[in-house]
Design a protein around this ligand. Structure first.
Ligand SMILES: Nc1ncnc2c1ncn2[C@@H]1O[C@H](COP(=O)(O)OP(=O)(O)OP(=O)(O)O)[C@@H](O)[C@H]1O
Ligand SMILES: [Mg+2]
Length: 385
C-alpha cells in the first residue's frame, strides 16, 4: 500500500500515463490518462505556467479560480469532480486531474444525425438545471455555459465542467454590487444585458445561456449563432422580438443602449423557428420563453425551471441509464479533432457553416473566428472581474 501524501502535496505528472489528447482549451490541452497507482481513467487539464519572457505571469487566474471554486463548492454529481492537482516534471505546468467523462455534449450533437428525442432532452436538462441551481445556491456564477462545457458519462450522467470563468457572487443583500467584466460567456449564449454592457449582472446570465442550450438541444443546431456582438443582438431580436422599456424596465439606461441600434421586430418567432425539426409542446415553448426573457429580474432561474410544466407533460424524461449509448468520441480513430466536427457526420453546425466559438470568438468574422478569436476573450479569462 502506498504511503499517504502529506497534506497540500501534489503528485508528479509522471504518475499518470497519458493516453490521448481529448480537448483543446483556451489555456491548455486536455488529455485522457490513467492513474498508474489506481488504474482509474482521468482527464488531465494542462495549465501552462509562464516562467519567462514578456508575458511572464505565473499561474493563470483562470486555473486558480477553477481550482479554488471547485475545491470550495460542495460536491454534486452533476458537477465534474476535481480529484487533485499534479505538477509537471519541469515545474512549467500544472495539471488539474478530473474524473474522466466519455463525451462532451457539443461533439455529441455535432456527430449525431438525428436530434435527441424530447424525453432525452428532458433527461439532460433536468441534470443541467440541478447543476446550475447548485452553483447559484452556493453563490457561484459559471459565466461560460455552453454545450462543450457539458460532459456526459457512459452511464448518462451529465457533468458541468470548465470553471475557468466562474466566480463567486456578492451576497444578494450587498448594497453596491461589484462591477464585473461584461466580456463573459461565449457569444451564442451571451445574455442581452451583457451585450448591452451591463456590469452589475447577476446569475441570470447563466439562465439565459440555459435557454440557448435547451433551444439548441431541441433544434439540433445553435439557436442564435451570431458572428459578432451586433449580429448576436440582431438574431435575438429576430427570434424573440425587440425588447422595449415596457417589457424590460431599465433597458434604456444600460451602457450601450444609446449606441446600439436594435432592429424593430414586434413578433416572437420561437415557435416558427422549430417548424420542420419538431413541433414544440406548450411546455417547451413556455420554458424557452421563460429562460429567454429579456429582463434578467423576470427571467426563470434554474431551480424554478426544475419545477416547470415542461417536465410534467408527456413524454416523461428518459431515465439516465436508458439514454442511447454513443461511441466514445474521445476514443474513436476518426473522432473529430477537438473543436472540429466529425468527418461524414450530419453535423448540424458545420452544415450551416457555423464553427462553435470559444469565449470572445465568433462563428465568422466580427470578433474573430473560433479559438483564434478567443484571444479577445482572454482579458476576461486572464483575470479581470
Ligand atoms: N473531465 C473531462 N472528461 C472528458 N473530457 C473532458 C473533461 N474535461 C474537459 N474535457 C474535454 O476538453 C474540452 C476542454 O476542456 P475545458 O472546457 O475545461 O477547457 P477550457 O480551456 O476552459 O476550454 P474552452 O476555452 O474551450 O472553454 C472540453 O470541451 C471536453 O471536450
Ligand atoms: Mg470549455
Amino acid at each position: 500500500m502506498e504511503a499517504p501524501m502529506p497534506p497540500g502535496a501534489c503528485r508528479s505528472i509522471a504518475q499518470f500515463e497519458k493516453l490521448r489528447k481529448i480537448g483543446e482549451g483556451t489555456y491548455g490541452s486536455v488529455f485522457m490518462a490513467r492513474d498508474r497507482a489506481s488504474a482509474r481513467l482521468v482527464a488531465l487539464k494542462r495549465v501552462k505556467i509562464r516562467t519567462s519572457g514578456f508575458e511572464r505571469e505565473g499561474m493563470p487566474t483562470t486555473a486558480l479560480r477553477e481550482i479554488g471554486l471547485l475545491r470550495s463548492l460542495p460536491a454534486h454529481e452533476n458537477v465534474v469532480r476535481l480529484h487533485e492537482v499534479a505538477v509537471g516534471s519541469r515545474m512549467d505546468a500544472i495539471f488539474l486531474v478530473f474524473e474522466y467523462c466519455e463525451h462532451d455534449v457539443a461533439r455529441l450533437l455535432d456527430w449525431m444525425r438525428t436530434p435527441f428525442s424530447t424525453s432525452e432532452v428532458k433527461c439532460l436538462m433536468l441534470q443541467l438545471f440541478e447543476a446550475v441551481a447548485h452553483l447559484h445556491e452556493h453563490h457561484v456564477i459559471h459565466r461560460d455555459l455552453k454545450l462543450s462545457n457539458l460532459l456526459l458519462t457512459a452511464g448518462g450522467v451529465l457533468k458541468l465542467c470548465d470553471f475557468g470563468l466562474a466566480r463567486p457572487l456578492a451576497a444578494p443583500a450587498s448594497a453596491a454590487p461589484q462591477p464585473l467584466t461584461a466580456k463573459v460567456v461565449t457569444l451564442w449564449y451571451r445574455a442581452p444585458e451583457l451585450l448591452l454592457g451591463e456590469r452589475a449582472y447577476t446569475s441570470a446570465i447563466d439562465d439565459w445561456a440555459l435557454g440557448c442550450i435547451l433551444g439548441e438541444l431541441l433544434l439540433h443546431r445553435p439557436l442564435m449563432p451570431g458572428a459578432s456582438e451586433p449580429d448576436q443582438l440582431r438574431l435575438m431580436c429576430e427570434l424573440l422580438g425587440s425588447p422595449s422599456e415596457r417589457i424590460w424596465p431599465g433597458l434604456g439606461a444600460l451602457p450601450h443602449a444609446r449606441s446600439v441600434a436594435l432592429p424593430t421586430q414586434p413578433y416572437n418567432e420561437l415557435e416558427t423557428r422549430f417548424r420542420g425539426t419538431r413541433e414544440l409542446s406548450r411546455g417547451a415553448l413556455a420554458l424557452l420563453n421563460a429562460l429567454l426573457t429579456y429582463d434578467p429580474r423576470r427571467r426563470c432561474g434554474a431551480r424554478a425551471a426544475l419545477g416547470h410544466a415542461f417536465f410534467a407533460e408527456a413524454p416523461p424524461a428518459k431515465a439516465r441509464a436508458l439514454l442511447p449509448t454513443f461511441p466514445t468520441l474521445h476514443n474513436l480513430a476518426d473522432a473529430p479533432e477537438p473543436g472540429k466536427p466529425a468527418a461524414g457526420a450530419a453535423n448540424a453546425a458545420a452544415v450551416r457553416g457555423h464553427k462553435r466559438p470559444a469565449l470572445g470568438g465568433a462563428a465568422a468574422g466580427g470578433e474573430g473566428t473560433g479559438r483564434a478569436g478567443a484571444a479577445s476573450g482572454k482579458s476576461a479569462r486572464a483575470g479581470g472581474s
